[in-house]
Ligand binder design. Sequence first.
Ligand SMILES: Nc1ncnc2c1ncn2[C@@H]1O[C@H](COP(=O)(O)OP(=O)(O)OP(=O)(O)O)[C@@H](O)[C@H]1O
Ligand SMILES: [Mg+2]
Length: 644
Amino acid sequence: MLCCAADTITRRDKALASLIETQPYNFDMKRAQSARGLAGIIRLMDGFRLHYAGAISALAISSIARTAGLLLIGWVVDDLLSPQATLIDMTAGLGHILPQTVNTLRPDLPSLLPLAALAFLLLSLVQGGFSYFSGRWAAYTAERIAWRTRNYLFDHLQRLSFSYHDRMQTGELLQRATSDVDAIRRFYVEQGVGIGRILVMFVVSFAGIMMLSTPLALFSILAAPFLIAVSWYMFGKIARKYEELQDQEAKVSATLQEHLSGVRVVRAFARQEHEIERFEGDNWRQFERGKELLMLNALYWPMTDLITSVQLVLGVLLAGYMVIDGTISVGDFVAYVGLVGALIGPLRQIGRLVVQAAQGLGSYKRVMEIVTQEREELHEETAPPVRDVVGEVEFERVSFRYDSATPVLHDVSFRVRPGQVIAILGGTGAGKTSLVGLLPRFYDYTSGVIRLDGVPLEDYPRAFLREIIGLVEQEPFLFSRSIRENITYGVGRDVSDEEVFEAARMAAVHDVIRDFPQGYQTMVGERGVTLSGGQKQRIALARTLLKNPRILILDDATSSVDTETEASIRDALRARGEAVTTFLIAHRVTTLMHADIILVMADGRIVQSGTHEELIAQDGIYRQTYRMQSRIDEELEREMADVE
Ligand SMILES: Nc1ncnc2c1ncn2[C@@H]1O[C@H](COP(=O)(O)OP(=O)(O)OP(=O)(O)O)[C@@H](O)[C@H]1O
Ligand SMILES: [Mg+2]
């Protein structure tokens, strides 16, 4: 049973993959960029324009059928149902010679009426059928574009630079990738088609009334300019309000997202009350913006209602007088009442639709703001390395700063030979994480040069560097998938269980995982077990070790692991015997004292460097730290001994 389910899934995945390969779906959204929203949103339809044109055409046919139906009713009333004057010879019965006219219905009416009914039915079918296709094609276009856009954003967001993500709030990005994409979807399915419907209905109904009477037709659209003027005015106001609302909504969802992620901190500091107050403030502002928007809407509808009603009443009144005058027939009147509704009524929707369309265009801009961000080049072809990397790393007067002006690294120079272990010690904020983050090119350094095997780092494609560099981050992140999937995350191939176990053993976590009831299939986080800090770190370590990197970076990777386990991890790493250049960041001197080189950092500078013995012999941060930590350890040991 399980096999078959998996089978279906892979088949579906394959079908999906081949679909995505096809032209309309691997659309480069950058091509849809335009300063004018409308032009852009039309470009966004690339690959689906025919469908959309079909939707609008079907709409036109449907409207024409509706108008023709109303004209048919008028004709039935006039030409079929109106009594006809018949000359009757009254002499026969009464002896009078005077002939008389009597109104009677036409004699072939019984055979004509079903025909007329049939024609009406056919027109209704055409109207309904094309209306269906119009809706269907428009929905198809909209859903496909939304799907494609979401896929693109998901992919694109993961390729943007680290500094972009540093700058943007996750909640804000989330909102753009969901709510804004939905506004674009609605643009195609509701506003685009809606505005098309109104225009088509207007033109077709107007032409229909023209066939009845030109003056009546002209009189019937007197209100149109007023309606459009009011809509235009209100449109500007409402659109601005909407943007404010969207911004505020983004703020609220960002707050929500952040506090869900940081829920432990909030509770640990018993800050719920304070945070709720803050959230209430933001939420209140959103409510106010929403209310203002609703008020404007509430004002708009009665205003346009009034204009439309006056126009309708006056039009019907005029048509009535025209019947009395004999300018138009009763049948024309009946047709007019039907037609004028389709002429002027929908016109008042144009304001709403234009406003919503403007919202859609606003959303388009917000989405394109992400799309136009430059991606981090992963595979750029600058001197691709022809040989295997040995792992010699050299920093020469490297300085670096994040977006802000304050430098984080100053003039950092050192050299690591292949297979050496280089340890970095330093206070918090000294720049250790920033330093190692330069190696996989998460950020580009500002000046100086970093060489890997003698070649400047920027000559290597990022994708290549990230393949050969294994990084265990200070705060490792695990996905809510199974432990096995988390460990095999970084390797793009099938991995045998034995390999996974081996990596886990090296990270001293194999036994722990095996003790879970579901072993390696245990789900992490969200719906599965919540791991301890040390377990998380060890799984992250196993994940990196499985990758078999040429350069290994352990950023405080064993900080939540007890000393004994840490020692066994260190032994396992050493026993591997391969020449893996290792960067080891730690706060405990015992962790890094065996390194080949130890760098001591303070305020972004290297203040000391050498082996443990050399550094112990010097007066400086290293010796102070070492002595303090040893003293604490000794005291601890003594206390433990006392307890026992
Ligand atoms: N993404 C970032 N954007 C801007 N500034 C940053 C960023 N990350 C770190 N910094 C700044 O860079 C400086 C060095 O930070 P870094 O994370 O490298 O310190 P660290 O030595 O790893 O500290 P710790 O031992 O606490 O992990 C800090 O002053 C920090 O404020
Ligand atoms: Mg750090």
